[in-house]
Design a protein around this ligand. Sequence first.
Ligand SMILES: [Zn+2]
Length: 548
Amino acid sequence: MTTFVREAGPRRNPGSRDHRVELVLEDLRIRARIADENASDTEIEKIARADLAALGEKKSEQVGQEIERLTVLTRLPKRRDTLRAVEMAGMLRLPQIIELNEQLQLRPGSGRKADRWPAIAMLWALAGGLHERPCISTAHEAMLGDPLLGFALGYPRQRPLSSLYELIGSMCAYHDPWLAMSANIAIAKTLAARHASAGGYPMGKVLMVDGTFVQGHFQQRMARSERERELMYSDAAPNAAFARYTNAKGDTLVKCSGYKWVSLIDPRAMIPLVGRLVPASADERGACTLLLEDLFELWPDHPVEYLVGDSYFDHSKRFNRSLESCWSIHPVFPSHGASKSDSPYADTDGVPHCDCKLPMSRHSHDGFPTLAARQREGLRRGEPMDLEEARVRYDCPNGLHKSVTVRPRENACLYTLLPREATSDNGTFHAMRVAMLLKRNRIESFFASLKHLGLGGKDQQRFRSKAEDTLEWILAIGCLSITARTLLHDSGRYPGAVQILDDLGLLRVATPDAPAIGPTPDRALRGDQMLRDLLAAQGDHDDLARAA
Ligand SMILES: [Zn+2]
């Protein structure tokens, strides 16, 4: 069992903010006094407070501008304004997904096509949010006699429920969910190309990472012995584990018997890029490194420069150092605090203060193994670069004291490129950090979308099978369906899909006079081709201009 100790919220130093405000105020009073030796104390106080307010406004205006640069680029309607089955019909006819489904049809080794379509359609039905929770028998029953679902899912041949279980299990065990991630990245690239000329941060420059517990279909408690563990989890779930989060007092906040789904998301596109199912007890920092490997294998020239996550990611100097040196990614995590207390400027979160009792001005930075430096040297992401020379220089705001240089190699958690405290200069770098952290809830929204699809649910809502391979596939397809749905709407293809299905008579309600709905076989075939043609290309900018 693994116990993660976490505090409920971000670290706070009680009273320290007020204290620092008072220090700044005192400095402003002195400046006001020097400017006007004859002013009364009341006047000086008024001027100093007005200057303080102006200072605060300037900062928050900057944060506002930085938030603007992180605006979500893709257009997505509210879920209640769309029809899930129409979206499913569209997704399954996107070229990137047609290719994935063809790979799933292949039997490994032989390269022969097998009739796996019933299992593939079922996998999409389970993961695509057609039903409240992923349950094979519910999904199977929903397909019975439903012409709209039948068309959407490509008319899977009817199979007895028991053989369907077997077919899905063997297909998911044969194929690596990597295939789904690969299709996901193909769609993400299309979205990035569509929005290449948008203002603000380019899509992908800022990524977010986090994990969410996914219960396995077992009792949600810790096994008392190795034998009990074997019996609880069975052979189908070799990676399941028990973990819990406690606060510092030892009270359990959350616990889980099973797994974590760890994911990298693009906050500007609001899509997941890569994800992995890891044991519930796994270290998310280790999982994050694997995700970066996945990402750059699938997308070698991905432009990420900043990684945003929670304070847990700040809890390892080594992890933060490797983000800079091996991946050319600047960590943007709230302060964890634990690994810093013995370093200089730890009590001001790594921002040096001089004897003026003010945070110093951030003068410049250099020597970071940036993406540009990496490209110049021809080094792939993941290959270590020298962090020795990386530094951030700070100057005295009043030009009275010696400059200070901090170096990430000494403590990569503390001496960050984007300072944790407002500095005495124009504060752009600090504002970038504040804006990115303020938008960290986007990854929570992504996990909420996954739960909305019925994935990662707890207790009664969880996937009721111990088969780990199938669970991982369902989650991978769930992520892919979020990205595919985004492309479907962002490219403006959804209304066309509604039109085609409506013309096939699939969007009306059965009546006593006309109880049978849906097209003739010929028309169904034609409708299928029309939908494929509609979705064949989604990268052109004309659509974007037309839709705007
Ligand atoms: Zn100074």
